[in-house]
Design a protein. Structure first.
Length: 154
């Protein structure tokens, strides 16, 4: 129940105080957005968009994806892209799971490619404090692998 009160605080009070603070200083932010949370509180999506902030994906639901069947995980990735596009008019250019499965990074890359949407960066790394490039296993057979910009969560 305590965790639920954290979520209530964030959606009811916290986000508005933070947006007011950052916007009063002219500081655009990147917000990691959980799709289901924005569906329940679309005013936040609109405020982020109107405030000129970047909305990155934080997956469709805040779950542990480790044991989830790959088909369901992929369905959630597709749903997240759809939700953010519908609410903001844009697909998220960046992605951070937080509680990913061993397949998550590859599935995100796969869905973005299938949808024809550019994925510019991922943030599921804690091993550095500066962005760096990583190979994408799905591109191993490609003649022109692009790699992926990893923007460490820290």
């Amino acid at each position: 129940m305590n965790a639920e009160s954290d979520y209530e605080y964030g959606s009811r009070v916290g986000i508005w105080r933070l947006l007011n603070l950052f916007e009063s200083h002219g500081m655009p932010i990147t917000a990691y957005a959980v799709g289901q949370a924005l569906e329940k509180n679309p005013a936040v999506a609109h405020a982020l968009k109107e405030g000129g902030h970047e909305i990155a994906s934080h997956a469709y639901r805040w779950l542990d994806y480790h044991s989830m069947p790959p088909e369901l995980e992929k369905e959630y990735i597709v749903r997240q892209l759809k939700v953010l596009k519908e609410l903001t008019g844009e697909y998220p250019a960046g992605w951070y799971y937080g509680r990913l499965s061993p397949r998550s990074k590859a599935l995100v890359h796969e869905v973005y490619k299938e949808q024809g949407v550019p994925l510019l960066w991922q943030s599921d790394s804690y091993c550095d404090d500066l962005p760096y490039w990583v190979d994408v296993p799905a591109e191993a057979e490609s003649e022109k692998p692009e790699g992926m910009l990893m923007v460490p969560y820290t």
